[in-house]
Write a protein that binds this ligand. Structure first.
Ligand code: NOJ
Length: 772
């Protein structure tokens, strides 16, 4: 089965599917009103402990584990795609089929089911999703010998993005540009509520990888290039997801642990070669923050790091994750990755050997979307061959069962499908609009071209991305790659947003072709050109040349030639080298802002919102210098392309007001190596309108034992400031942020804080702290 086949939309069906659908329709009753079946009633004499809701979770786990056969335990460790239970059981999509469900949930007692990248019900509505998930759950609960519910997982990575009519939030890269943990937390909570309303318990989000290589297709799924920013926001998303207060609790997943974002040639899932120093000091930090925020699960990197696939790395999955960090939750592989140990990486001779490698390394659950039978048989064979101990299986299954008990699945496995449409359709649009607005990064505003002057009579809106809701939403929307052909995504395009925000009397002209744009531009008061890149996901979104297409560059060049002001709005998941499209009066990065993005862009253009977003990544001048990130180490020649020389640097962003920074004030100028550094900085809005200011504090080392980047983000916050207002913000830099791995080239020791001087800079003002 190819990678593509895995996310085939439910629309693709065969005749066999239709037959199967008729068969299954009769067999499956709706479980809309079906609630609380198992242990919700008071425990009676003879009720097994695991079904007693009042018993401590640990006892329930032990009791249930003690009743399970080895084969049932192996089943719990398997996660299968819902597509294997639909239609012809062979990836056709369609209605759930009882025969297929029997194989997966009864014969092989799979412990978990996923809807990966768009695998939905026949009809894509929230209530149909809820009915589908309820039906799967009902089958598992009623037919498995011990009535164990399944954990149902989904990729709701920017809102409940597979569900038609659900509000689509900005992708993570846009949320990274807000530098605002509260907005990220609230977006995570809103997503979790929508997910919960459709009966789903487990969200494969957030991503804690870094965006350092502009060529990599999953760049937009991250919160940016900086480990501190990415970690703080991944932690906020985790908290939001797990404390959302919806119809049920939803577990978060920190992915893709670890080092996934460093493919050596920029292509997805290509092995990474990174030093231990870089792994420890940079790459691991964001996952750790999210895990410390309480993440229930971790999804493992599909790639290999330093010659070992992450899925079979005992070092990553046990030494670091469990022993160093104390993680207690579930470690799940990514898509078919145990099989990859044999088929792709060739570190195992056969499937049972591959399973043994992964399970012994620390994997608790295999995302084995295709073959429940093969996984169970393979694990049993591995045990028979003496490759895996039953004790290790018990440990993994105990973690899975604990999560099921903690999520309340034994008491309340279903949701009320009748409530799902109300809970999901159009929910939290105001929040998604705020998130999109806060993520806008204004990078050029020559001659105060923006906000659009009130007396502007004619605005020309050009570029195909101006009216393209699918590109605005990006990959992972309804379908895996993008919104599938023929599906209409509700939402507001940039053109529609501009039309609804333009003052009365302002003519908004949509130039559909380059010729029309050229003809209209000369008489316009302002030309807005919306450019971008087409939606795609994973490897299909890789590009060896992350730049604006030649035809779009030409369009902008033509408009520039009109002599009238031009504002370029970019709808893309990464900074694109702009070439001939550079140097316009205005440049606004809108990212992949989702269904409310049109309003967000218009609010900024017309000045209803004061832009406060800052780049969470570096914007290269031209292609060929990837990977590019501001923490590149020194040693390169300043002024040449080998040095950090961005068109727009990490942290850049303008607003419609002016801000001033007072001196950074550390509470102590000399600290011990394990101490946190506490800082205060007073910031003021010296302009004439209110706004929100991102306050980053960077740390530099005048001298250090191992190379230190010229500056490194040490703390940040985002504060609202009315015109004329000043505020003093307090920030703490934990010692861990300053720690680096000591030693020579082979450095692999525990990171520690070097003694010596540390310079903390905010807004160009610096204070020194000595670690004594
Ligand atoms: C593969 C992707 O790498 C991962 O992010 C996603 O959660 C799983 N597939 C499930 O769809």
């Amino acid at each position: 089965m190819t990678l593509l086949a895995r996310h085939l939309p439910g629309r693709v069906r065969t005749r066999a599917t239709r037959r199967a659908r008729r068969r299954s329709a009769a067999a499956l009753m709706t479980v809309t009103a079906c609630v609380a079946t198992l242990a919700s009633a008071p425990a009676q004499a003879g009720t097994p402990t695991y079904r007693d809701a009042r018993a401590p979770v640990q006892q329930r786990v032990a009791d249930l584990l003690g009743r399970m056969t080895l084969k049932e335990k192996a089943g719990q460790m398997d996660q299968i795609a819902v597509a294997r239970m639909q239609g012809d059981c062979e990836w056709s999509g369609g209605a759930l089929d009882e025969t297929c469900m029997k194989t997966v949930l009864d014969d092989y007692a799979a412990g978990s089911v996923l809807s990966g990248g768009g695998m939905g019900p026949e009809k894509n509505t929230p209530s149909d999703w809820a009915r589908m998930v309820n039906s799967v759950q009902k089958y598992a609960v009623e037919n498995s010998r011990l009535h164990i519910p399944v954990l149902y997982g989904v990729d709701a990575v920017h809102g409940h993005n597979n569900v038609l009519g659900a509000t689509v939030f900005p992708h993570q890269i846009g949320l990274g540009a807000t530098w605002d943990a509260r907005t990220v937390r609230d977006s995570g909570a809103a997503t979790a509520r929508a997910v919960a309303a459709t009966g789903i318990d487990w969200n494969f989000s957030p991503v804690a990888d870094l965006a350092r290589d502009q060529r990599w297709g999953r760049y937009y799924e991250t919160y940016g290039e900086d480990p501190l920013l990415a970690g703080a926001l991944a932690a906020a998303a985790t908290r939001g997801t797990e404390h959302a207060g919806g119809a049920k609790r939803v577990a978060a997943t920190v992915k893709h642990f670890a080092g996934y974002s460093e493919p050596s040639n920029g292509h997805d899932r290509v092995p990474a070669d990174v030093s231990m120093r870089y792994l420890q000091d940079t790459l691991l930090a964001p996952y750790r923050r999210a895990i410390e925020a309480g993440a229930d699960s971790v999804m493992v990197n599909s790639g290999a790091v330093n010659g070992v696939p992450a899925t079979s790395s005992h070092y990553l999955l046990t030494d670091v994750l469990r022993e160093q960090w104390g993680f207690k939750g579930v470690a799940v592989t990514d898509w078919e990755d145990i099989r990859a140990l044999q088929a792709k990486y060739k570190v195992a001779a056969d499937y049972p050997e591959a399973i043994a490698l992964a399970v012994n390394a620390g994997i608790d659950m295999a995302m084995e979307p295709y073959h429940a039978k093969e996984f169970t048989d393979g694990l049993l064979t591995a045990v028979r061959r003496g490759l895996v101990k039953e004790r290790r299986i018990d440990e993994a299954v105990a973690r899975i069962l604990r999560l099921k008990f903690e999520l309340g699945l034994f008491e309340d496995p279903y949701v009320d499908a009748g409530e799902a449409d109300d809970a999901v359709l159009g929910a939290d649009r105001a929040l998604a609009r705020k998130a999109a607005t806060d993520s806008q990064v204004l990078l050029r505003n020559e001659g105060a071209t923006l906000p659009v002057p009130r007396d502007a009579r004619k605005i020309v809106v050009a570029g195909s991305y101006a009216d393209d809701i699918d590109s605005q939403a990006g990959g992972w929307t309804i379908g895996w790659q993008r919104v599938p052909e023929g599906v209409e995504l509700p939402g507001t395009t940039v053109l529609e947003g501009i039309r609804s925000a333009a003052p009365k009397g302002t003519d908004v002209v949509h130039a559909k072709t380059a010729e029309e744009a050229a003809g209209q531009a000369a008489t316009a008061d302002l030309n807005v050109v919306v450019v971008g890149e087409k939606a795609a996901a994973e490897g299909e979104a890789d590009t060896p040349r992350p730049e604006l297409s030649a035809d779009q560059q030409k369009l902008v060049k033509t408009l520039k030639a009109s002599g009238k002001p031009v504002v370029v709005v970019v709808i893309a998941g990464r900074p694109l080298a702009l070439g001939d499209a550079s140097g316009t009066e205005g440049l606004l990065m809108a990212w992949l802002p989702g269904t409310e993005g049109g309003h967000a862009v218009a609010d900024v253009l017309f000045g209803r919102a004061n832009p406060g977003g800052r780049l969470p990544v570096s914007w290269p001048k031209k292609t060929g210098n990837e990977p590019m990130y501001y923490q590149q180490l020194p040693g390169t020649n300043a002024g040449t392309e080998s040095a950090y020389d961005a068109a727009h640097a990490f942290g850049d962003g303008l607003s419609y007001t002016r801000y001033a920074f007072d001196a950074v004030r550390p509470s102590r100028t000399s600290v011990a190596p394990g101490d946190a550094v506490r800082l205060k900085v007073t910031v003021s809005n010296t302009g004439r309108r209110g706004g929100e200011l991102v306050v980053p504090v960077y740390v530099s080392r005048p001298v250090s034992d191992v190379l230190a980047p010229a500056r490194k983000l040490a703390a940040f916050t985002r504060v609202a400031l009315k015109a004329g207002q000043s505020r003093t913000v307090a920030m703490t830099v934990p010692a861990r942020v300053l720690a680096v791995t000591p030693g020579d080239i082979d450095g692999a020791g525990t990171p520690r804080v070097e003694r010596g001087a540390y310079e903390f800079t905010a807004g160009g003002r610096t204070a020194e702290v000595t670690v004594r």
